[in-house]
Write a protein that binds this ligand. Structure first.
Ligand code: SF4
Ligand code: SF4
Length: 359
């Protein structure tokens, strides 16, 4: 059973897709055998698509619900499946490896021997996967940046999906966990830290409830959420999330560790693979050529041009606004960037947009 169940787990993870789907290479199995026991792998393999009750998963396995329900609970605690309740009924979902299982492993920010081992094995799998597959071909962005809205020019139309504060306002509960990308890097090498804040990975609504229930994050008030936002913006972190108007998480990313930004930077034109729909413009009368905007830009999109006036390369600019928030002279603002598609409304619309872009 051992090899067979993990081989089928690899197929399961391949079907679920995501940034790092299952791939039949030794590094996948080395990682999977630490993440999943054989019994947990068998449960994961049997989980039907979408959200299901323990009874439905048990039926798919030909086992009794009383046996499978505690296994699913233990798997949710380990971040191997998601769980939630609707009208008093508990449902479980089988997530892809990324986004999903990988993030759940490090949101708690703990540093046990198992965490360290997993951090290394997951790193090895991603590296081997990238070496075999090369950079992904992004034909329609799966993720997007949310701009720092206070630096958007007043005359621009700002939609609620351009404002992180609108998600903080409308969602309940809210949660924060540890940046899994920076934490994973630190577990592998303690000296590998860029000094950016760690406690900034936010979840909204049902996603927040799941991480609170499983001890992967802590519940926060709206005021705390706004403080985290401010702290992230001051540090020059990029607000990144899935490319939908309905979102349930917000990463605050650095270019040195975070997967969303690092993936975009593998693309020939990162500014088209990941964007907020805005771009910076300079008030040359205010600029003193201090170069802070060049240092702050996470994608090296800004250079000093002729007459000591900064210039932006839109092929690299993701429209985050970090240059503007770091300018001591307030010489930079964001304005709408033509040609960037409006974020799809929901997951179905996002999938359709990605599919259409490939045809
Ligand atoms: S940070 Fe502001 S003042 Fe400094 S170079 Fe950039 S635009 Fe000019
Ligand atoms: S120039 Fe750099 S810092 Fe400014 S919005 Fe573009 S990507 Fe962000």
């Amino acid at each position: 059973m051992t090899e067979d169940v993990y081989r089928r787990l690899c197929e399961t993870m391949a079907k679920r897709g995501g940034r790092y789907p299952g791939k039949d290479i030794p590094e996948f199995y080395a990682m999977a055998k630490i993440l999943f026991t054989e019994e947990e792998a068998a449960v994961s393999n049997a989980m039907p698509r979408g959200f299901n009750t323990a009874g439905a998963v048990a039926e798919a396995m030909g086992r009794a619900e009383e046996e499978v329900a505690p296994l699913l609970e233990a798997m949710a605690d380990k971040g191997l499946c998601s769980a939630g309740e609707l009208e008093g009924i508990r449902f479980y979902g089988g997530p892809p490896f990324v986004p999903g299982i990988f993030e759940f492993q490090f949101l708690r920010g703990t540093s046990t021997d198992r965490d360290r081992k997993l951090a290394r094995l997951i790193h090895d799998y991603k590296k081997a996967f990238d070496a075999a597959e090369g950079p992904p071909k992004i034909t329609f962005p799966g993720e997007r940046v949310i701009p720092v809205d206070r630096v958007i020019k007043a005359e621009n139309a700002i939609h609620t999906y351009h404002q992180v504060s609108s998600y903080i306002e409308k969602n309940e509960p809210l949660a924060v966990g540890t940046c899994f990308c920076r934490h994973q890097a630190g577990l592998i090498d303690e000296s590998d830290h860029c000094g950016k804040p760690d406690d900034v990975c936010m979840q909204f609504g049902a996603g927040a409830q799941f991480v609170i229930d499983r001890g992967m994050g802590r519940k926060i008030t709206k005021e705390e959420a706004l403080e985290i936002l401010k702290k992230s913006e001051e540090a020059g972190l990029v607000h990144a999330t899935i490319n939908r108007q309905e979102i349930d998480f917000l990463c605050n990313c650095c270019a040195c560790h975070c997967m969303i930004l690092k993936t975009a930077l593998t693309q020939p034109k990162p500014g088209l693979a990941l964007n907020s729909g805005f771009m910076p413009v300079w008030d040359t009368d205010l600029c003193t050529a201090c170069e802070a905007c060049i240092d702050r830009c996470p994608t090296t999109a800004v250079t000093m041009g002729a007459q000591d006036v900064p210039e932006v390369n839109l092929d690299r600019c993701i429209g985050c606004g970090a240059c503007a928030t770091g300018c001591p002279e307030e010489a930079i603002s964001l304005e709408e960037r033509p040609g960037i598609p409006v974020p799809p409304v929901d997951q179905k619309a996002l999938k359709e947009a990605i599919k259409a872009s490939r045809s």
